[in-house]
Unconditional design. Structure first.
Length: 365
């Protein structure tokens, strides 16, 4: 069986690149081993003193006293009974009586007395009536006077009642207007207070926002400091990625029965292809069924070696004639099954590189 040669080309790393990667690994390890750094400074701005004062001002607000006074006025008016209201009207009517009715009655009485004197003088002078007729005349006159006076008094009393009603209504209107005025004044004052507190709150909030912006800037700076090593490392990795791998190469050539394990594995897939003989696979084939004139040559590390000739079945497939040195696949399969494989053609093949690793004997040729 003839041997084959295999050429291997290996890439070797440039020393500069090797040094750079080792440095990057060291830096990466250092960053990974860095303990977690918690941010200990404040993240949220506290309440500004002006805002706190404004809140305290809001909390100290109470219902204005004017509201209570106005409420008392309305409550008193609502609770007044008809009798109480009429008593107030009578009070104003009495004032009207004293100021209007009584003077008018006194004046009417004086005029009545004057009329009596005048009439009596006229009757006496004329001698027109007797005592009886005179009495009748005076009686009729007095009755007419009383009727006129009563009518006048009734009218004046009605006027007095109307006056009292008007005065009570005006008084109620004045009381309501006063209550409304107190409410309005209190509301205006409260609005002024709220406006001042709101302005103070806004000013305090602006100060708080400024402080919050500063805290946010401090936190961003902290995060940039934390990210800087990673960003620097990423830049170094990016630079290292621009250097092509395998700057230097080396080539070695070695003799192998069938091109090594990779060639051995690669050839297995094509063993059953139609139209191909076994000649291309002669370094692998070691099936006893393809051999004759087998002669033992010795044993190394438990593996027996033989010489043989290929039989007619092997020759028909193009295997070369002559003596060949190697192992029996069926025998090796019992002790080292990992070194033997059955091809698609049904014959056993041997991984002679593995045999050489175990025995130090290069066979298969």
């Amino acid at each position: 069986m003839g041997s084959t040669t295999t050429t291997k080309q290996e890439s070797t790393m440039d020393p500069f690149q090797q040094e750079m990667l080792e440095d990057l690994y060291g830096r990466t390890t250092e960053i990974a081993d860095t303990p977690f750094a918690a941010y200990t400074d404040p993240l949220v701005a506290g309440m500004d003193p002006m805002m706190r004062q404004a809140y305290e001002g809001y909390g100290a607000l109470t219902l204005p006293s004017e509201y209570g006074a106005a409420s008392d006025i309305y409550a008193g008016m609502a609770a007044e009974t008809p009798e109480q209201r009429m008593a107030r009207v009578r009070g104003y009517q009495d004032v009207y009586t004293e100021g209007v009715i009584d003077p008018m009655l006194a004046q009417a009485e004086r005029k009545r007395a004057q009329d009596r004197v005048g009439e009596a003088a006229g009757v006496t002078k004329a001698g027109a009536f007797g005592n009886v007729r005179r009495g009748v005349f005076e009686g009729e006159r007095e009755a007419a006077y009383e009727t006129s006076r009563d009518a006048m008094v009734a009218g004046l009393m009605q006027q007095g009642l109307s006056f009292g009603e008007a005065q009570v209504a005006a008084e109620n209107q004045a009381r309501m207007a006063g209550a409304q005025g107190m409410i309005g004044a209190a509301g205006a004052g409260r609005q002024a207070e709220l406006g001042a507190l709101g302005a103070q709150m806004s000013a305090g909030d602006i100060a708080r926002q400024i402080e919050q912006a500063g805290l946010g800037a401090d936190y961003e700076q902290f995060m940039r400091q934390q990210q800087y090593p990673l960003q620097s490392l990423a830049g170094l990795f990016s630079t290292a990625g621009l250097i092509p791998a395998g700057i230097g190469t080396s080539t070695t050539t070695e003799r192998s029965p069938y091109g090594g394990l990779s060639a051995f594995g690669g050839m297995l897939g094509g063993l059953g292809s139609a139209g191909k003989g076994y000649a291309a696979m002669a370094p692998l084939l070691s099936d006893v069924r393809l051999k004759e004139n087998i002669s033992p040559q010795g044993s190394v590390n438990g593996i027996n070696f033989y010489t043989w000739n290929w039989n007619d079945a092997a020759k028909k497939s193009g295997l070369s004639e002559g003596i060949t040195f190697g192992v029996m696949a069926q025998e090796l399969e019992k002790s080292h099954p990992d070194l033997v494989v059955v091809g698609d053609h049904g014959y056993r093949m041997v991984n002679y590189s593995g045999v050489e690793d175990i025995t130090g004997v290069r066979a298969g040729g």
